[in-house]
Ligand binder design. Structure first.
Ligand SMILES: Cc1ncc(COP(=O)(O)O)c(C=O)c1O
Length: 467
């Protein structure tokens, strides 16, 4: 698929034009229980931040990758759901008057809607670097995409995953899936996969299909996985590889062809588009041979009078029965287009600087312990999980929300086996017996500023001082 996008203006400083939520710490509407002179608020509220707040709504129109948000609320929970990008909101607003049926009507509205849907498929495919004969199937999210792939596996397929995966990449696979131990380093992951595939191929013929399913970046630690190396190993043993790019794609280019990955799954709501849209892209043969993921209108070529007299279509429509999520697809495509046109190296450097600042600040707090699988310096995207020793994580998260208007995540992050293991490892690495049973996670992205990070660090410092 060729790249057909017209690049909008490049941006190098993603957050400086967005309304600064920290400013609203002093703005009217602050929750009544927020202390008027909280250390962080007093330290951070300045004339310029208040001015930025006042100017926020017009300034935010400047760039397609500015994110929407509510002034005063500091969102450090991008890994769960990223805020909506201006590009997505604009694309939806532009299409709304043309709202019409997709693939189901002859009228002008319907034809335009159908065109918009299929163009979105092309743009998202270009963004993901699909090959000419790959399918790009719209789903609800990554979970849906991986479940679709699980249903499309040829009979007898053996699946190999690692124990550190998100539940979406652990649970859909058929019985008998091999779950490799969480590796201590990217190199160990590659070696461990090599050994597992050698063992699986011993005695089994090349004809037994094998699918390796791995994440691109951990939703717990943000650590980046050696995807290209794992793909090389998988292919050496005649296996295919599926990439769960839910956390990688929002932070780094994901190119199927360049990585030599067979399938990729992403979620729109983690990629600055709205909820309810996701993608499974990859090799068409298994997908065309599989029973339709959903049975219904749009997935058929012909339906006869007899109960089972159905001829299913091939191509993406085979797995997209029912009226599709046009606005979701268009919004996701708009973000993909804006990201493609942006200077992603500059975005990466900006995010990495914030991440380093966040991690250094957390490391300086004696009661805070970070969770990690690989070495501390291993590459990672903007996600950090940690605990406050002696404090229940849910209580800390609630306090951060109520007193400091900071939103982050607490729990085991839909990766229970990994999170539990990392909590135990953190306890022994730090020699502490008072770590809580669940963790906190701060995650950053396009709209995050240094002020947001400082605000969290100041809040945690106050909170841990009171311990
Ligand atoms: C690595 C990873 N994979 C899959 C998922 C599932 O994404 P969704 O809930 O959008 O289906 C998530 C969500 O957090 C994730 O972090």
């Amino acid at each position: 698929m060729s790249t057909t996008v017209a690049p909008p203006a490049r941006r190098t400083a993603p957050a400086d034009l967005a309304p600064d939520p920290v400013a609203a710490v002093t703005a009217p509407g602050r929750p009544a229980d927020a202390p008027a002179d909280s250390t962080a608020a007093a330290a951070l509220a300045t004339d310029s931040t208040v001015a930025a707040l006042a100017a926020g709504s017009t300034a935010a129109a400047a760039g397609p990758l500015d994110v929407l948000g509510v002034p005063g609320q500091i969102n450090l929970d991008y890994a769960a759901t990223a805020p909506c990008a201006r590009a997505a909101a604009d694309a939806v607003a532009e299409l709304l008057p043309w709202y019409g049926s997709v693939h189901r009507g002859a009228g002008a509205l319907s034809r335009r809607s159908t065109l918009a849907y299929e163009r979105s498929r092309e743009r998202v495919g270009d963004f993901l670097g699909v090959r000419a004969d790959d399918h790009v199937i719209f789903t609800r999210n990554t979970t849906d995409a991986l479940n679709l792939l699980a249903r499309a596996l040829p009979a007898g397929t053996r699946v190999v995953t690692f124990g550190g995966e998100h539940h979406a990449n652990l649970l859909p696979w058929p019985a008998g899936a091999v779950r490799l131990p969480v590796p201590g380093s990217p190199a160990t992951a590659v070696r461990s996969l090599d050994a597992a595939l050698r063992e699986l191929r011993r005695g089994a013929t090349e004809a037994v299909p094998i699918l390796v399913a791995v994440t691109g970046a951990s939703n717990v630690t943000g650590e980046v996985w050696p995807v290209a190396e794992l793909a090389l190993v998988a292919h050496r043993y005649g296996a295919r590889i599926a990439l769960d790019a839910a956390q990688l794609a929002p932070h780094a280019p994901v190119d199927l062809a360049a990585l030599d990955v067979d399938y990729v799954a992403v979620s729109g709501h983690k990629l600055y588009a709205p909820f309810g849209i996701g993608v499974l892209a990859g090799r068409s043969d298994w997908l065309d041979a599989a029973p339709p993921y959903l049975a219904g209108g749009g997935a058929t070529l012909a339906v006869g009078a007899a109960t089972h007299d159905v001829r299913w279509t091939t191509g993406p429509a085979r797995h997209e029965a029912g009226t599709p999520n046009l606005l979701g697809a268009v919004a996701l495509a708009a973000v993909c287009q804006a990201l493609e046109a942006a200077d992603r190296t500059a975005l990466h450097l900006h995010e990495q600087a914030l991440l380093a600042h966040l991690r250094a600040g957390l490391a300086a707090l004696p009661e805070v312990c970070e969770l990690r699988t690989f070495a501390a310096e291993a590459p990672r995207v903007g996600i950090v999980s940690f605990v406050v020793a002696g404090r229940d994580s849910a209580e800390v998260a609630a306090e951060l929300a109520q007193r400091w208007q900071i939103g982050l995540r607490d729990g085991l992050f839909c990766a229970h086996p990994l999170a539990r293991r990392l909590l135990a490892e953190a306890a022994s690495r730090n020699g502490r017996a008072d770590l809580p049973a669940t963790a906190l996670r701060a995650s950053i992205g396009l709209g995050t500023t240094r002020r947001h990070v400082d605000h969290l660090l100041a809040a945690l410092a106050t909170l841990t001082d009171a311990n």
